[in-house]
Write a protein that binds this ligand. Sequence first.
Ligand code: FAD
Ligand code: NAD
Length: 466
Amino acid sequence: MKYDVVVIGSGPGGYVGAIRAAQLGMKVAIIEKYKTLGGTCLNVGCIPSKALLDSSEHYHNAVEKFAEHGLETSSVKINMKQMIKRKNDVVDQTCKGVEFLMKKNNIDVFYGVGSFITKNVIAIDGLEGRKEIETEKVIIATGSKPITPEIFNYDKNRVITSTEALNIEKVPAKMVIVGGGVIGLELGSVFARLGTSVDVVEYMDRILPGMDVECGKELMRSLKKLGMNFYLGHGVIGVKSTKTSCTVTVRKNNKEEQFEIKADYCLVAIGRKPYTDGLNLSAVGIQSDDKGRIEVNSHLETNVPGIFAIGDVVRGAMLAHKAEEEGILVAEFLSGGKPHINYNLIPGVVYTWPEVSAVGKTEDELKTLDIPYKSGKFPFKALGRARASMDTEGMVKVLAHKDTDEILGVHMVGPRVADVIMEAVALMEFRASAEDMSRISHPHPTYTEAVKEAALAASGNRALHM
Ligand code: FAD
Ligand code: NAD
């Protein structure tokens, strides 16, 4: 049988693209080299990290906040094995859900490494040997892997990446995290909440480079209160490990000063790189850029007609929802549609507490682009809902065009802002103004009122509760 589409890789890009193609009437196969579907996101990324973030937050609140709420506990103990088991159960259910969706949509699933023989023939090397399948079109959705330069001596035991960190079954006394980006701060929060002494070594002079500077500063204040320690403007120049510990050598940028930190673990979280190993791209002549990303045009087709690539393996934010939209775009393009993705409106979220979220342009970007803008801010400490839940850290910032009042960017740090950001995304999709945002009735008391107030502040300094 010849397939209409073969998808290589079953992460959120691949499996969602496969479902959409099947919905549109195509005969689809999906190939996954691991024994479970769902890719990085479901197996070792978004889902397990959020499961541990939730568990550790419950513990932290029980120890640090319950008493003030008038709740007395005799003792709250950490059972790390159970925490990891629950996380694994969540992952299991979620991956099985994808398997179910493949069946429901009549998508054939092949387990094994997919590689090109020709542009229309794909080999699958699995446990039962080699199979070959024929297809009209191919979608490459092979995702990414952590960057682990040799100087870190990544041994998967004491020098680890997020993949191993998600399975630590004993709370470590000390952890060094290289990289103050999303993974470093999310997993750093998990361990800091459980009582680990966490040092973050970040090359830049700020955490979360690329996001709003003020949000980064606010978050760093909160994470310091949690006990996390930051070496900004520092780099790791080497790591040595034994069976039970590691020693990390840290150097201040452009200075001779260096020092060592001994820790149970060194977590390397300095970014991820596109993964194309084993695909045999050269057999079909697919071009990649200098960062190893497969090159694609505006409808995500590679230089080889009929072969598409989506998600972490191509340019753009390495985010599950971006990969999903790209999977949908390719499927709809293949069935003759003219789909479009507004990359400016792909929201970004950091699941620390307080959470951080953003959509659109940052102030730095607006300055670089020479776009005149005005800004309105509202702090959560002035909000009744936030006081009720004792979550008063953070703020919402609305950036709007100085002349037209169109919302250009919204940046938040605070309680549940991972969810609150969707209001901004929806309004910006319809090119609303700050005035529009400020005139919408927001339910009281909710965290969303901070958005209304920040919009009021942006459209003429009219915040009501400040
Ligand atoms: P992937 O999910 O990486 O899937 C690629 C799949 O292809 C894998 O299953 C792989 O085994 C398979 N594969 C590779 N080569 C072959 C081959 N030759 N043959 C067959 N199969 C192959 N993003 C968010 O939006 N929100 C989050 O909260 C979030 N949290 C994260 C937390 C962590 C710890 C990490 C590491 C990442 C997180 N991400 C998050 C990022 C998110 O996981 C990725 O952006 C997303 O998974 C990319 O999807 P994808 O489909 O492109 O690739
Ligand atoms: P990142 O790009 O978010 O952060 C890496 C950080 O490491 C940066 O701050 C960078 O300046 C720093 N760095 C780089 N080299 C360094 C060095 N040698 N020494 C010290 N610091 C160094 O990357 P990440 O945290 O590894 O995450 C990888 C990807 O996974 C991200 O692109 C992100 O989009 C995705 N992810 C998303 C979520 C989410 O959406 N909540 C969660 C986790 C991961």
